[in-house]
Ligand binder design. Sequence first.
Ligand SMILES: [Zn+2]
Length: 118
Amino acid sequence: MRKRQSLHRALLAATKTMVQGGLSATSRRCGKRTCPCAHDATARHGPHLYLTYRENGASRSLYVPPEGAPTVRTAHEAWATFWEIGCAIAALNRDDLRRAWQAELPARTPRVRRRPRA
Ligand SMILES: [Zn+2]
């Protein structure tokens, strides 16, 4: 139970900053014909950081200004943490279901060995 409570606290903490999506650094042409980037791939502008995500089935990206890079990286890591904690809580819930169903219906699961209580 204490483990579950600490997981819930960590999950809630992650929700405060988490952002779902990928991070990609991209160099681009500016579109001016007279700019060196128009003819030289090494003269492209950037790299610039983008947060990429899907919304209503469409790929989207959010430009991240240089000063926002540390924030978006932290937010990206918070999403990964949120996901990991969610999976850990789901595993605890699954164990609860297993215990409940095995206690109710021992005759239907004769070959399943019960694990000793931790
Ligand atoms: Zn340019």
